[in-house]
Structure formats: C-alpha cells, structure tokens
Design a protein around this ligand. Sequence first.
Ligand SMILES: Cc1cc2nc3c(=O)[nH]c(=O)nc-3n(C[C@H](O)[C@H](O)[C@H](O)COP(=O)(O)OP(=O)(O)OC[C@H]3O[C@@H](n4cnc5c(N)ncnc54)[C@H](O)[C@@H]3O)c2cc1C
Length: 192
Amino acid sequence: MTHVAIVGGGPAGLSAALFVQKNGLDATVFDTDGTWMHKAHLFNYPGIGSVDGSAYLETLRAQVDSFGVDRKQGVEVTDVTADDGFTVSTADGDHEADYLVLATGADRGLAEELGCAFDGDVVEVGVEMETSIADAYATGAMVRAQEWQAVISAGDGAAAALNILSKEEGEHFHDFDVPADADAVFGGMGEE
Ligand SMILES: Cc1cc2nc3c(=O)[nH]c(=O)nc-3n(C[C@H](O)[C@H](O)[C@H](O)COP(=O)(O)OP(=O)(O)OC[C@H]3O[C@@H](n4cnc5c(N)ncnc54)[C@H](O)[C@@H]3O)c2cc1C
C-alpha cells in the first residue's frame, strides 16, 4: 500500500493525514506535541466561531483516528533521507515511505537535512507544497517567513495530500463528498 509519512501533528500534518487516509492511502503521523495550537484560541478559523486551540486539536485527532491514521504521538523524527522513497528515523527504528510531508511548524531542520532547496530562510515550494525533492512536501510556517495561521497550515496539508492523491490517480483528484455521504464518515457525526 502507498505509504505517506507525515512529520508533525499540528493543523498541517493532521490535515494532510486526513485527506490521505480518507482517500485510501496509508498515513503515519509522527508528533512530539509541541504544536503552537496549545497556546492559541481560534476566532479566525472559518466555520468555527470560537474554539480553544487544544480542544480544536483534540477534535482533529479524533477525526483522523476515525479514518484509521497511524498516529505515533510522542515520537520524534531524528532524521529523514531520500533514496528510492524515504526513510524516517526515530528512536524506535526506521520507517519507509513513498511520500514525505514535513509539517514541523517553523522548524526547518529536517528539510535542510534532506537537502530541500530554500528561498532565503524558507523552504521553497509551489502551490502543491512539493519541495525541490520529488515526493517530499513542506507545509506551514517553514514555507513562510511570517503570516502563520492555523487555517493556512491546514490548507497547506490538504494541498500536499491532494497532490499526492493526484499522482497516485494519474489525474487531478477531487475530494468531493455530498450530503448523502454524511452518515458513512466520522462515526456518523455528520448531518442529522
Ligand atoms: C500564542 C499563539 C497564539 C496563536 N493564535 C492563533 C490564532 O488565534 N489563530 C490562528 O490561526 N493561529 C494562531 N496561532 C498560530 C498557529 O498556532 C499556527 O499557525 C499553527 O499551529 C501552525 O500549524 P502547523 O501544523 O504548521 O505547525 P504546529 O502547530 O507548530 O505543529 C508542528 C508539530 O510538529 C511537531 N514536530 C516538530 N518537529 C518534530 C519532529 N522532528 N518529530 C516529530 N514531531 C515534530 C511539533 O511538536 C508540533 O506538534 C497562534 C500561535 C501562538 C504561538
């Protein structure tokens, strides 16, 4: 099965995991829980009036878990290498992946180690969030000097995932659902 390794479990990483796993690929998220969301209260996330950052994260974690994402909470990625796919190293051992999504917030260390091209201080990506290394994506604060917002990170993760899904399909992929699908997803917590 195609495997997507995602480093970082904030809005960017979990959004990438959601889109990937929901559409039939296999996502693993490694996260040390240092997300800025624990310091935030959101009044600017479209569609949500007001939510504590940690509460938002709890809902998002439950959402990805409900789709079967392998969420390795508390596991730090110490190294990533590219050679016919990717090897993600942790204290527990190495994990192989076909695609890599870096979602480590402002920490650009792994992108630098991997050899991704930079534009000044930020990782260089296109609108698909793919880096200079094929099948490696960078999202969130590491691709922007400032303008750091949760909804932008979540969008970056979604864009990376859709590009991966499009590559796998061999044509543009749209993750479009309709009201009739609501009972079948997220534990039936959709439309009443
Ligand atoms: C005080 C404060 C208030 C804020 N208020 C708002 C607000 O009102 N509205 C808003 O939109 N945004 C707000 N933000 C910004 C918002 O929190 C960030 O834009 C958002 O969290 C970025 O998401 P991300 O997924 O890109 O990165 P993050 O949320 O930072 O997540 C990165 C994750 O990667 C993990 N990680 C890093 N390196 C590794 C590694 N090697 N291995 C495994 N895991 C790793 C980290 O532990 C972390 O959990 C606020 C931020 C702060 C600090």
